[in-house]
Design a binder for this molecule. Structure first.
Ligand code: BTN
Length: 257
């Protein structure tokens, strides 16, 4: 098997033209790219990329596993304007990641609110946004080249997938990462200036949860649209409409609509 190209500065710089990616920190292995940027005074746009994480983190305290040099594992340091919320930014980053995957692979790619990247009924990526003082550590994980045995066989709401399994071919990690950063910069700038409004229609087109059975607290409901403030509309079984935030809603059962 050919050696994978490293996602280091020498590989990435020729592919990047924007603000995101300068400076570029690369690790053959690190605990988590989130921690590599925590507590630093590095500028907005700094990217930490790793070939492998020994303690990768997902949302809600979950672990995020990888196979070395098979995935995109990056954290982008952002310094959004005061007053713009983390949940909104999470959707912005999720939309950018989904759009980039679709651009590079041609696969219809959705966002499972609030921040999973989904192809078909498989989760191929996820976003983890953490506050660090006035900065946001925007962690992006995308399963690119993993084979089936290299993916977690978790009890997560959605089974894990990879772009290799979805396309049946090798997807170039560097090309995809450059597209993710390009798209994120464009979407982030629009959001920083105007909020979520200009992104809502495109988010809604990729709203994987819409029409699916969900559980909110102890109650069953059906997921609806993403509201202008980034919350998810849910209609409970008794017809009561609710707006929910991340953590309040879970998928009722795998694949149930
Ligand atoms: C999730 O779906 O729960 C979020 C997964 C986020 C994983 C990325 S990989 C790069 C960055 N470093 C981490 O430890 N986590 C994020």
């Amino acid at each position: 098997m050919a050696l994978a190209v490293r996602l280091d500065a020498d590989t990435m710089r020729p592919l990047l033209g924007g603000r995101l990616g300068e400076p570029w920190l690369w690790f053959a292995a690190c605990a988590s790219t989130q921690d590599a940027l925590r507590g630093t005074d590095l500028p907005e746009g700094t990217v930490a990329a790793a070939e492998h994480q020994t303690a990768g983190r997902g949302r809600s305290g979950r672990t995020w596993t990888d196979a070395p040099s098979r995935a995109i594992l990056v954290t982008v340091l952002l310094r959004p304007p005061a007053g713009r919320g983390l949940p909104e930014l999470s959707l912005v980053a999720g939309l950018a990641a989904a759009e980039a995957v679709e651009t590079v692979t041609g696969l219809q790619t959705d966002v499972k609110w609030p921040n999973d990247v989904v192809v078909g009924d498989h989760k191929v990526g996820g976003l983890l946004l953490e506050l660090d003082g006035g900065a946001v550590l925007c962690g992006i994980g995308i399963n690119v080249a993993q084979r089936a045995h290299e993916l977690p066989d978790g009890r997560a709401a959605l089974p894990a997938g990879s772009l290799h399994l979805a396309t049946g071919r090798d997807v170039d990690r560097a090309t995809l990462l450059a597209e993710v950063l390009r798209t994120l910069e464009r979407r982030y700038d629009a959001w920083a200036e105007h909020g979520l409004e200009p992104l809502l229609a495109d988010l809604e087109r990729r709203n994987w949860l819409r029409g699916r059975a969900v559980r909110v607290g102890g109650e069953r409901g059906t997921a609806g649209s993403i509201a202008p403030d980034g919350r998810l509309e849910v209609v409970l079984a008794d017809g009561t409409p609710r707006l929910v935030v991340s953590g309040e809603v879970s998928l009722e059962a795998r694949g149930v609509r």
